[in-house]
Each structure stands twice: as structure tokens, then as C-alpha cells.
Ligand binder design. Structure first.
Ligand code: TXA
Ligand code: MG
Length: 345
């Protein structure tokens, strides 16, 4: 008889379920872990077999490194070969919080975690459930204890911001998913590489470049072509299944006028706007979001998931403003819409 897949189990985070989750981690199993950015698929970072399960579950290439999550900046230093002044300043300013630091790895860090690179990504999440798990997980051991956790989605797909999303991504994994509510930030952490001479941002997030420069007292280097492997840096990533594109406001308005005149056989489209309310028309679903970067960060992934399920012919996003606080939204939208163009015939 075929083996019945065992679905994930979502448990509201309580002292008891956190204890069960920590036991799972100790046993080398994966758990779904809420963080303030997105949900993670977490494993004991010191257990190569457990880390291998992450790659298998996600279908992620083995050379893509994972972020190690720890409870405090002090715990983070145990994973680094050196702790540069920039790391110290940034950790003091932004941890616990939505920031990952790339530093030189300590010798004990597994190759499976770093993808064979000589650096490691470290993060101290602020979510109280993530903190509770990390503190309990590291309490009984003398070796440095950390949790490797990529976003809990299939490789290349949209990151999950609720426990339900995690369960949907891994329908046949017997996974304990701790439910810590919707992730407050909604997009992945800002990744800052402080392993070289001048710090640089590898992935924009809620911690903004301007705030980083103020804390460092120096300008960031431009992210350059020889950047280490970051799967979030692939041109197409975080991608919904529905054809998704971005159009500048004026082009979107033109497109809507053309669509009004188009044949009734065209599939229903969905538009997401921030600066205007399109006139209601048949076969058009409109989502208007506040013209505010933090709102977009919070809503974006959950919305892309929901709209994907509603199965529109096309999803068109009004191009957001290009000021720095929109960096993370523009970055994720560029990847979600990579390679898509509008058939304007
Ligand atoms: O907000 C987040 O960072 C979430 C939550 C769960 O903490 N995690 C997350 O992990 O987004 P993931 O694996 O989906 O994305 C982490 C990115 C990947 O693109 C990975 O390649 C990059 O960080 N990364 C990890 N270690 C690195 C390293 N040593 N050098 C360069 N990039 C690294
Ligand atoms: Mg990811």
C-alpha cells in the first residue's frame, strides 16, 4: 500500500508547543518557525543530516547557503571567525531584528550551512516565539547552538508570512509549524555583508540602506557582480505562478483603457495600485494598497499568494515609487515579474 503522506501540524505557540518544537530540533527534525520577517523552515545548524532535510524539502540547490539564527549578538559571535567593528555597530543597532550579517565563518560551521563558502550569514530575530525557541534550544548545550532556517517555501516561490502558508508549501512533510501570527515585517531580512573591506547590502529589507550608513558612519559599497551566492539574488525568485508584471502609472492607465475596449473573452485581470482607483469594470479585480512601503512589505507576499489562488489571467502591479524606502518592495517585485511582458495586441 502506498505510504500516506503525513501533513504538517500547525500548533499555536505556547510554552508546551515551543518545548515540543525544540525537542524536534534536537531530534534532527525540521520545524516551521515564525519570525518577524517571514516564516522559516528550521533545523539544528550543527546537525548535517538535519540541514540536508531542509535542502531536500525545499528543492534548493546544495550550494546556496543558509542563515544561522541565534538568540543574541553574543551567541552570534561564536559562529564567526572574527567580529569586525561594523558587525558590532550593526548588531547593537538592529538586533534583535530583520537584519542578517555575513561574516567570516568559524571553523565549526558546517559546509552544508555555508554552501562551502568561507562566510556565514547570522541573524538574531526579534519575534518572541523565535526568541523562545532559540533560547530554549541553546540552553542545555556547551557547543554553539543555532538554527539554520531559510524561508519556508519551495525553492523560487513566494516566502510564507503565516503558519498556514508554510503548511501549504509542504503538504507532505510531517512538520510541526509553530503559529506565531502573521509576520510583522513581511519581507525577508536585510542582508549586509561585513566580511570585506567595505560593507554592502546583498538583499534590501526593512533595515534601510540610509539607516545602515548612519550607524556605520560611512557609505555602503555597491553590490557587485562577484557577490557570493544568494538565492534571493537570482533574477527570477519570489515568483508567483500567475503571470505578473509591473507597469508605470501612465502605462497602466493606458492599458486599463485598452482593456475596457477589449473583447469580453479576455480572462479576468487583477491590478494592484497605490496612487489611483481604477474605474470599476467587468473582468477586472482591483486591489488598492496605501502608498506606504511598510504596508506593501507587510501585504505583498500574502497578497501574491491569495491572488495566485484566485487564478487571474494576469496580475499587473503599478510600479511603486523608486525612493530608497521602497528598495525591498521594488527588489522583490522585479524578481516576481522577471521575464514577464505584456502582450498588448
Ligand atoms: O528574513 C530572513 O532572512 C528569513 C527568515 C526565516 O530569517 N530567511 C531567509 O532565508 O530569507 P533564505 O535562505 O530564504 O534567504 C537567505 C539568503 C539566501 O539567498 C542565501 O543565499 C543568502 O541569504 N546567504 C546565506 N548565507 C550567505 C552567505 N554566507 N553569503 C552570502 N549569502 C548568504
Ligand atoms: Mg528564501
Amino acid at each position: 500500500m502506498a505510504r500516506q503522506p503525513r501533513p504538517p501540524r500547525i500548533e499555536v505557540a505556547t510554552d508546551e508547543s515551543v518545548t515540543r518544537a525544540v525537542e524536534r530540533l534536537r531530534a534532527g527534525d525540521l520545524i516551521g518557525l515564525p519570525t518577524e520577517t517571514v516564516y522559516g523552515l528550521a533545523a539544528d545548524a550543527g546537525n548535517a543530516d538535519a540541514v540536508a532535510k531542509i535542502f531536500a524539502a525545499k528543492g534548493r540547490p546544495a550550494d546556496h547557503p543558509l542563515i544561522v539564527h541565534v538568540a543574541s549578538a553574543e551567541a552570534a559571535t561564536a559562529w564567526a571567525a572574527s567580529w569586525p567593528a561594523a558587525a558590532h555597530r550593526l548588531a547593537t543597532a538592529f538586533w534583535p531584528g530583520p537584519m542578517t550579517l555575513i561574516v567570516r565563518r568559524a571553523p565549526h560551521v558546517l559546509d552544508a550551512v555555508t554552501g562551502g563558502q568561507d562566510t556565514v550569514g547570522l541573524r538574531v530575530p526579534s519575534h518572541p516565539v523565535a526568541q523562545a525557541v532559540l533560547r530554549a534550544f541553546s540552553s542545555s548545550d556547551t557547543r554553539p547552538m543555532g538554527v539554520a532556517a531559510p524561508s519556508a517555501n519551495q525553492f523560487g516561490q513566494v516566502s510564507p508570512t503565516t503558519a498556514q502558508h508554510v503548511a501549504e508549501e509542504f503538504p507532505d512533510q510531517a512538520l510541526l509549524v509553530l503559529d506565531g501570527g502573521a509576520s510583522e515585517v513581511g519581507v525577508e531580512s536585510t542582508i549586509i555583508d561585513v566580511s570585506g573591506a567595505v560593507p554592502r547590502v546583498l538583499r534590501p529589507g526593512r533595515v534601510r540602506a540610509g539607516d545602515i550608513e548612519r550607524v556605520l558612519g560611512q557609505p555602503l559599497a555597491d553590490a557587485c557582480a562577484d557577490a557570493p551566492r544568494v538565492s534571493g539574488a537570482l533574477a527570477s525568485h519570489y515568483a508567483p505562478r500567475t503571470q505578473t508584471l509591473m507597469l508605470a502609472t501612465s502605462r497602466l492607465k493606458m492599458q486599463l483603457r485598452a482593456f475596457r475596449q477589449a473583447k469580453a473573452t479576455q480572462p479576468t485581470r487583477c491590478v494592484i495600485t497605490h496612487s489611483f482607483d481604477p474605474e470599476p469594470m467587468e473582468r477586472l479585480r482591483v486591489v488598492r494598497l496605501a502608498a506606504d512601503a511598510e504596508t506593501w512589505e507587510y501585504e505583498l507576499y500574502a497578497l501574491l499568494r491569495q491572488l495566485d489562488q484566485e487564478r487571474y489571467g494576469t496580475l499587473i502591479v503599478e510600479t511603486p515609487p523608486d525612493s530608497p524606502e521602497w528598495d525591498a518592495v521594488n527588489d522583490r517585485l522585479r524578481r516576481a515579474t522577471h521575464g514577464s511582458s505584456l502582450d498588448e495586441s
